[in-house]
Design a protein around this ligand. Sequence first.
Ligand code: FE
Length: 228
Amino acid sequence: MNLKALHKISYGLYVVASRKGERFNGQIANTVFQISGDPPTVAVSINKQNLTNEFIKDSKVFVVSVLAREAPLSLIGQFGFKSGRETDKFAGMEYGTTLSGVPYLTGPVLAYLEARVVEEVDAGTHTIFIGEITGAEVLKEGTPMTYAYYQQIKRGSVPKTAPAFTPKTGERGLQMDKYVCNVCGYVYDPAAGDPEGGVPPGTPFEKLADEWVCPVCGVGKDEFTKEG
Ligand code: FE
């Protein structure tokens, strides 16, 4: 058995949000899919340990924001690598709320879907929530983010065939080692730099400013380890 076969399945990337009373929470999920068309029904699979799971069970409502390709790493980090138990993930975000009072993001987001839970399936570590769509809007046209695009391009690991690829040795013979974030697994690739953080391609890790932080989860340089 080769479980790498699972990596051949393609996915999108979404923020799934819910509420408990007046509190909001949301998280990154790739497991959103349409089940049927009449009535329009979708399902999401959410880890039981996540606060969003608790909120969906409480309110019986979830809202899916469909991320656009240009969604920044910082947004994915905010919703993917922080816990709503410690921070209000929607603080400082641009968002609207649906009729049932659940937030959807309005920045780099193409559409949202609001669903009322009609069935919960216990799937061991996860709960599959099946929801009938009660609200949906297209916010703008664009290309949706896919999980593969996020992994291959946004995380700075650039294939040799990509135009952005530069040789391992940089300016004045400096070694161009990749560094991995111990917290979230983001890889700093000097060949790609960190364009969202204002770091041009070809900048060695050692030359990053002391204040530079992981673009995904926000920890400092001291939380990075040389790859390999
Ligand atoms: Fe990180």
